[in-house]
Design a protein around this ligand. Structure first.
Ligand SMILES: NC(=O)c1ccc[n+]([C@@H]2O[C@H](COP(=O)([O-])OP(=O)(O)OC[C@H]3O[C@@H](n4cnc5c(N)ncnc54)[C@H](OP(=O)(O)O)[C@@H]3O)[C@@H](O)[C@H]2O)c1
Length: 326
């Protein structure tokens, strides 16, 4: 399918994360930011100028109709991921869609079914998975170098000005801590320990009707546990601590982005650093390109199964804390 050397990227939605992703695309070999689309033409033009894109559009439909685009990065608020992914897939455009993949399991299932039906690549942009320090940790987990995992503790908390209209607090835009940042501690548990046997969760629901804090306890076989926390009202350590039979790993703050790890074994600690000079979004983009050049419709790392498990967990937690989006 892709015999040409470079991959033409499109960006759908010119918000904050789209800017960061575009900065990193410049460090992806054979990647070209080809076109960008915003609901506002001037905004798209400014974005295209800032990141040297060939074309810009004042609506999303023209972007997906451009025959020269290979893959589209969807960077809109959570509630639009389903609609925008389907729009791209129906136009046979490969998709890298921001996290959370969608608002619930049935949406994710339909997105995956549509990708398969149209034979088009689709992946959730769980960028942490592709970062060097995180891959390093996963290697230690898989090799059982420190024995089996006994316990995980992970948190993600940040604070921002309270704005009921912002996507962070606005329920209509999928606001709340769980879907925005709680997904990372959940992903840490899923990727290192797996899917739990039991889930307990509690949350503080704020005045806009979204979870401002969310506490999750996952239980696995043999007494293995994961204690997770997210908040949008205070800055927290945002680190992950994995305790094994024969040592521990601290994924230093902030664990979900390019970071370092501290390995403790036999009473001795070693700090391991990774030389990442970008925001870290280039690693997932490189992977997407590899998948496209290999004519795959599914990532062999952030697979459909992983996204299904993740949205299942998010749905289960939301059920426990009584958080329903319409
Ligand atoms: N991977 C990461 O590290 C990371 C970090 C932050 C966010 N994210 C994810 O990326 C997504 C976007 O987050 P963001 O922080 O970039 O948000 P943002 O700054 O608010 O940008 C979202 C963009 O979506 C478009 N949009 C379309 N319909 C909209 C509507 N009704 N209201 C508001 N915006 C609308 C807008 O682009 P136009 O005006 O150009 O159409 C807007 O600029 C979220 O799902 C979030 O979870 C991921």
């Amino acid at each position: 399918m892709h015999s040409k050397k470079h991959i033409n990227w499109g960006i759908l939605g010119c918000g904050k994360i789209a800017h960061k992703f575009s900065e990193d695309l410049k460090f992806v070999p054979n990647a070209k930011l080809y076109a960008v689309a915003s609901r506002n033409l001037k905004k798209a033009q400014n974005f295209a100028n800032a990141h040297n894109a060939n074309c810009f559009y004042g609506n999303y439909k023209e972007l997906v109709a451009n025959p020269d685009i290979d893959v589209i990065y969807i960077a809109t608020p959570h509630v639009f991921h389903y609609e925008h992914t389907l729009l791209c897939l129906h136009h046979k455009k490969a998709v890298l869609c921001e996290k959370p993949f969608a608002m619930n399991l049935s949406q994710v299932e339909e997105m995956i079914t549509t990708a398969k039906k149209n034979n088009v690549f689709l992946m959730e942009a769980l960028w942490t998975y592709f970062l060097p320090h995180y891959q390093y940790v996963l290697d230690i987990v898989t090799s059982k170098e420190l024995g089996s995992i006994k316990k995980l503790k992970a948190d993600f908390g940040f604070t921002t000005t309270f704005d009921p209209k912002s996507r962070i607090f606005n329920k209509k835009l999928g606001g709340g801590s769980l879907l925005d940042v709680g997904i990372y501690p959940l992903f840490a548990a899923l990727s290192t320990i797996g899917y739990p046997e039991d889930i307990k969760a509690s949350a503080t629901i704020g005045k806009t009707g979204v979870d401002e804090n969310c506490t999750i306890q996952l239980h696995y076989k043999n007494g293995v546990t994961a204690s997770l926390f997210s908040t949008i009202t205070k800055k927290t350590d945002t680190q992950a601590i994995l305790e094994f039979e024969n040592g521990s790993i601290l994924i230093n703050s902030r664990f979900h982005e390019p970071s370092s790890v501290t390995i403790t074994k036999n009473g001795t600690s070693e700090l391991i650093e990774f030389d990442v000079t970008t925001n870290g979004y280039n690693f997932e983009a490189i992977h997407v390109q590899e998948m496209l050049l290999d004519n795959r419709i599914e990532s062999n790392i952030m697979s459909f199964e992983k996204s299904l498990q993740l949205i299942n967990l998010l749905d289960a937690v939301r059920e426990k804390i009584g958080l329903h989006y319409t």
